[in-house]
Design a binder for this molecule. Structure first.
Ligand SMILES: C[S@@+](CC[C@H](N)C(=O)[O-])C[C@H]1O[C@@H](n2cnc3c(N)ncnc32)[C@H](O)[C@@H]1O
Length: 393
């Protein structure tokens, strides 16, 4: 069994062309490159603002060949997620359009990583950054913009006293509430059903105690059901007849019991919104605490594992993940946690250069001479604490 985590030290521009031969095609790229804040620009090639290039041009010139090299090792079903803030968000968007194609743009997610907001200096207390999401090929991507984790149990408030498993559910009208669907456009879905509002039973044929119910919109005009007659016959236990107070007074209607756990169809998923809150995915503060717990406070702006785990949740559980700006190794940590939680077989390749740590920094004081030493230390600790093994190349 290959290890869940592998670390490669080196400049990513040199390492990227070697990834395919050694690990195969990559399905999911997550990167958190230097944001170009003015003091985080350390990389091996000699492109610097000043030599005829603006600060932004220099950053784009650094990123372009790296994104092109990443694209070359990405599989047909793959996607790439890039963290970025306001310094380069606009330039990165155009660069990604250029490298991956505008048609493969999937989303620009707002991530609320600093819920208190930046308190330094004048101006706004900025509390968010972004994730730019592109598919290698939007028509073939395996990315599902949904998550099992965002399902809110409180949306499913009902239980039946005689259900042995005590499963939670909510009522959804069986009637199609979209006016586009009506007896003209969906003729076969307009038919009467019979329901008993006392016992709740629903059938497609009359029975004792039942009243006839035809689908109508709130204003009384004819509507259609969402389920066909055979589906209603097949799943009567998932329907309930109730007396309700509608716009036109009391009436009898039919509802679907929408279960929180969709046992026979696999897990329920909920579409991901494009604003991700710190309370859902973690914040920079919780990320520092996670890092402190496993190797110490040796990196200034790690990402929370919750953020990467949500990203992982959009892809199958056997993907090859690549982070070529690995920093403290958050992506590898998140991959191990995700595998442990769901039995997945994801593998992660993390790349970081031997960028020296700053003199006098926590990292240097703790004995880490380079950032690569920090990545290594965390991924080793992850293998010890979470499991999945660790290799180095
Ligand atoms: C913003 S940090 C990534 C932080 C990471 N997401 C985490 O949670 O810890 C960017 C990292 O990229 C590394 N880096 C910058 N240029 C690089 C290059 N050309 N090749 C490899 N790594 C590089 C830096 O050393 C730094 O650790």
């Amino acid at each position: 069994m290959p290890p869940w985590n592998t670390f490669v030290e080196g400049d990513n521009l040199d390492v990227l062309p070697t990834i395919g031969a050694e690990f195969g095609e990559v399905d999911l790229v997550y990167i958190d490159p230097p944001y170009n804040t003015g003091n985080d620009f350390a990389y091996a090639d000699d492109i610097r603002a000043g030599a005829g290039l603006t600060r932004h041009e220099a950053w784009v010139a650094m990123m372009r060949p790296r994104l092109v090299a990443a694209r070359d090792v990405m599989s047909e079903r793959s996607a790439i997620w890039v963290s970025i803030d306001d310094n380069e968000a606009a330039h990165l968007r155009l660069l990604m359009d250029e490298v991956f194609g505008e048609a493969n743009f999937l989303a620009q997610v707002v991530v609320n990583l600093n819920p208190k907001g930046r308190q330094l200096g004048n101006g706004f207390a900025t509390s968010h950054e972004y994730l730019l999401v592109y598919a290698r090929d939007a028509r073939r991507t395996a990315l599902h913009a949904s998550s099992t984790e965002t399902v809110d149990e409180r949306d499913f408030p009902l239980t039946d006293p005689d259900d042995p498993e005590g499963r939670r559910y909510r009522h959804l009208p069986l009637r199609n509430t979209n006016k586009k669907f009506n007896p003209v456009t969906a003729r076969t879905l307009h038919f009467p059903v019979w329901g008993d509002p006392v016992s709740g039973a629903v059938r497609t044929v009359p029975f004792e105690g039942a009243v006839e119910v035809t689908p109508v919109f709130g204003d009384g005009t004819p509507a259609v059901w969402r389920w066909s007659r055979p589906l209603i016959d097949e799943r009567p236990g998932d329907l309930v007849c109730r007396r309700i107070n509608g716009r036109g007074g009391e009436r009898v209607d039919v509802f679907q019991k929408d279960w929180l756990d969709r046992d026979h169809r696999g897990v329920r998923r909920k579409k991901l919104r494009t604003i991700w809150l710190a309370e859902e995915v973690g914040s920079t503060d919780t990320a520092v605490a996670e890092l402190k717990e496993i190797v110490g406070h040796v990196f200034e702006s790690p990402k929370p594992t919750g953020l990467v785990r949500r990203i992982l949740g959009t892809m199958p559980d056997d993907v090859l993940v690549l982070d070529f700006f690995a920093g403290s190794g958050t992506t590898g940590h998140a991959v191990a946690l995700a595998n442990l939680a769901d039995g997945g077989t994801r593998r992660c390749v993390s790349v970081n250069s031997a960028e020296p740590t700053r003199e006098g920094s926590n990292a240097r004081n703790a004995g880490y001479a380079t950032v690569a030493d920090i990545t290594r230390a965390r991924l080793r600790a992850v293998a010890d604490v979470v499991g999945g093994g660790y290799a180095e190349r």
